[in-house]
Design a protein around this ligand. Structure first.
Ligand SMILES: NC(=O)c1ccc[n+]([C@@H]2O[C@H](COP(=O)([O-])OP(=O)(O)OC[C@H]3O[C@@H](n4cnc5c(N)ncnc54)[C@H](O)[C@@H]3O)[C@@H](O)[C@H]2O)c1
Length: 340
């Protein structure tokens, strides 16, 4: 029996493991990044270029991809890097992709919520996913674009309308919340963050971000006030970065790390590695909310099993209850947009 709290491997260790798999399997590991010239897109593409099992790295944006792709293509790893610019080249970018990572869209400025991005980002995601349904209908779609609580339902509805929907292939990337929780818990306890794993469930905005500190490994204890402050810091950590950047955007480098961690975990699992677990925001029946992030066991076919919420403390049970209205509202908003 695997542990639902198993610590995912570091990128370095993953790369080693992936190298072994790459010599024994003949997988198509074409990965596309849509929004590849952006604050997240560039460092994310750099980290993915470092993964030896990726055969082709297809970089799409509405600006600057020839330069980004040319630059990355000089790195001495095996994947072929190609840049695709503008709508006319989107189809060629997506053809034959196994994984499409989507960080395209505008980020927050100080004073904005993630939902304030809806008007701009909803149509960007809708149009990009529509192209995916045509050119790579069986690809895994990893959504980074905010508001994730709405963009995942939008992507799902677009896939449904195109007849290509597989609920286990449309995943909102909430890994940054896990990464932050691990770091903050480790800092408070004097641990190495690389040894800590805190599942984070719910969604990816404010109070819908629910760290399950009672399930952390190694096990940690906090007095109620410290636990409350820590939980709020994890929930507001994105805003901490937005304010520190003072108008120059939101988290990009830590998000690139988190996006690469999820993508590399998925690739490792698809290539045969067992026991890979990552949290992700997916179609779910774990709660009354139609989409919910929980730890997911990844395998050769993608999501093998939803590991669910596990045993919650009273404090965490209340956090889940408090998140429901906002989460359901954001999901409904995305579904309504997609149906128009
Ligand atoms: N899921 C998370 O945890 C998380 C964390 C941080 C940021 N984000 C979100 O990621 C998104 C990107 O953030 P960023 O800092 O990289 O922004 P950015 O503005 O630096 O980059 C966005 C990129 O998207 C491109 N783009 C815009 N419209 C496009 C389209 N139609 N097709 C292709 N590309 C398009 C832009 O040209 C730009 O290069 C934002 O929505 C942000 O809120 C998510």
């Amino acid at each position: 029996m695997f542990s639902r709290l198993a610590r995912p491997q570091t990128l370095g260790a993953l790369a080693g493991a992936l190298r072994n798999f790459s010599s024994t399997t003949a997988c198509n590991n074409k990965v596309a990044v849509l929004g590849a010239s952006g604050g997240i897109g560039q460092p994310l593409s750099l980290l993915l270029k470092n993964n030896p099992v990726i055969t082709q790295l297809a970089l799409y944006d509405i600006a600057h991809t020839p330069g980004v792709a040319c630059d990355l293509s000089h790195i001495e790893t095996g994947s072929e890097v190609k840049g695709f610019l503008g709508d006319a080249e989107l189809g060629a970018c997506l053809d034959g992709c196994e994984i499409v990572v989507i960080p395209a869209g505008v980020p927050r400025k100080p004073g904005m919520t993630r939902d304030d991005l809806f008007n701009t980002n909803a149509s960007i995601v809708r149009d990009l996913v529509k192209a995916c349904t045509k050119h790579c209908p069986t690809a895994f779609l990893l959504l980074i674009t905010n508001p994730v609580n709405s963009t995942v339902p939008i992507a799902s509805e677009v896939c449904k309308a195109a007849g290509t929907y597989d609920p286990n292939r449309v995943i909102g990337v909430t890994t940054l919340d896990v990464v932050r929780a691990n770091t903050f818990v480790a800092n408070l306890k004097g641990l190495n963050p690389a040894d800590v794993n805190v599942p984070v469930v719910g969604g990816h905005a404010g109070k819908t971000i629910i760290p399950l500190i009672s399930q952390a490994t190694p096990s940690v204890e906090f007095d109620p006030e410290t636990l409350d402050n820590l939980t709020k810091r994890i929930q507001d950590a994105g805003t901490e970065v937005v304010n520190a950047k003072a108008g120059a955007g939101s988290a990009t480098l830590s998000m690139a790390y988190a996006g690469a961690r999820f993508t590399n975990s998925l690739l490792a699992a698809l290539n045969g590695k067992e026991g890979v677990i990552e949290c992700g925001f997916i179609k779910s029946s774990e709660t009354e909310c139609p989409y919910f992030s929980t730890p997911l066991l990844l395998g050769k076919n993608g999501i093998e099993r939803n590991l669910g919420l596990g045993k919650l403390s009273d404090y965490e049970t209340k956090l889940v209850a408090d998140a429901m209205d906002e989460l359901k509202g954001s999901i409904a908003k995305g579904e309504k947009f997609a149906s128009q």
